[in-house]
Design a protein around this ligand. Sequence first.
Ligand SMILES: NCc1[nH]cc(CCC(=O)O)c1CC(=O)O
Length: 308
Amino acid sequence: MQTTLKIGTRGSPLALAQAHETQARLMAAHGLPEDAFEVVVISTSGDRIQDRPLSEAGGKGLFTKEIEEALLERRIDIAVHSSKDMPTLLPDGLELSAFLPREDARDAFIGKAAKAIVELPQGAKVGSSSLRRQALIRRMRPDLDVVMFRGNVQTRLRKLDEGVADGTILAYAGLKRLGLEHVVTDLMPLETFPPAPGQGAIGIETRIGDGDVEKMLTAIHDLATGQALACERAFLAALDGSCRTPIAGHATIAEETVFFAGLIISPDGTDWHEVKTQGPAGDAALIGADAARTVRAKAGEKFFDGWA
Ligand SMILES: NCc1[nH]cc(CCC(=O)O)c1CC(=O)O
């Protein structure tokens, strides 16, 4: 009997679904039994903080710190994450070494009476705590009342039932992975409501130089998703850190070409700058970083004043 591969994950229903999807793909790719793996649940600060927006509590990294410590201390062998929640800079010694084939990257609207944002009456309440979603909602419908909304899908659906809000927006990918796509009443177009960099892609973090684990992951790595993510994460990295601006970015790969669309938008949704670009998929990271320079130049440094 061989040693088990320890898969580290948060304990939320979505995180567990992602860990189990990773396990299932590894089992299928290598003909391994279920007990060749152990799913190790790790609680993170992001799971414990429920009373304020994560952007206020420290933002990215809140869902990953404790899991990365476990990885570095060899209590786990791989860490399964929502790529969207991953900081652009990882701790020394760790890397994102594989991505599973991306799910639908779009945001989904869940409405109660109104089935789409355009159908909401004047002044209706839409719940979201994501800076990007808040800004994009305000851009579409400045009249709406954007209210702070956190918690898992079940909590949010209950809040909708209780009338705390008339609608909310969540990642379609997460809802699908939870088998909850039936609650979706509308899908937001990529062009007018672009997703967060990394949305819909499961990323697997490992210790740099862990050859056995890397070899194992090669069989389940999706090349196109990896290239798209390299582009989106380079875009984010080149903008991040210097500002807390809502950022959207989405790359697709076709015929060895990466197509990227990125957006930065003021939190009130009144000012935004877009970039659209393409290039060889092998240069995905360069193209993402270049797109960040382009959009930053378009916006001017003044754009970042006030919320930087
Ligand atoms: N920050 C929470 C988070 N991280 C990843 C997802 C969804 C799954 C994904 O994007 O892969 C979600 C929930 C949401 O945005 O609805």
